[in-house]
Design a protein around this ligand. Structure first.
Ligand code: ZN
Length: 135
């Protein structure tokens, strides 16, 4: 398998509006898209840095995975996303190598990407996402 690049880094925040004061106001990055992913109960905001992005994640509901993450660990880096080709094959390959999958099959994430998560218990504590552009 081949990882193309770090597609984005996911950061859990209590409020995207508050977080943008830092990312835009201090770091001078620009938020180019805000999108709600209903299925995941999150609102996402994207900022581009070269070929990589920052994905800010805000819970839209108390039982959102992001709300649970913040409750347990506070705001901060929540996941890292790798861009791959042939996401289904990549998932099969890591599974065969003994990695626990959260998503057995890819599903739709923000920006229309096919995404799938690996369980942090088998990746050294880092929630890992694979994603692929499918257009
Ligand atoms: Zn992500």
């Amino acid at each position: 398998m081949h990882i193309n690049k770090i597609e984005h880094i996911g950061i859990a925040v209590k409020s995207i509006e508050e977080a943008l004061k830092y990312y835009e106001g201090v770091l001078g990055l620009e938020c180019y898209a805000v999108e709600e992913v209903k299925e995941q109960k999150v609102k996402t905001a994207f900022l581009k840095i070269g070929e990589t992005k920052i994905e800010l994640l805000e819970a839209t509901n108390d039982d959102s995975p992001i709300a649970k993450f913040i409750e347990k660990r506070g705001e901060g880096v929540q996941h890292i996303a790798f861009a791959v080709n042939g996401i289904e094959n990549v998932l099969a390959e890591v599974k065969e190598k003994g990695i626990r999958l959260i998503d057995e099959k890819p599903r739709k994430g923000a920006e229309g990407l096919d995404i799938a998560f690996l369980h942090p218990k088998s990746t050294g504590g880092v929630l890992t996402e694979f994603c692929e552009k499918n257009n």
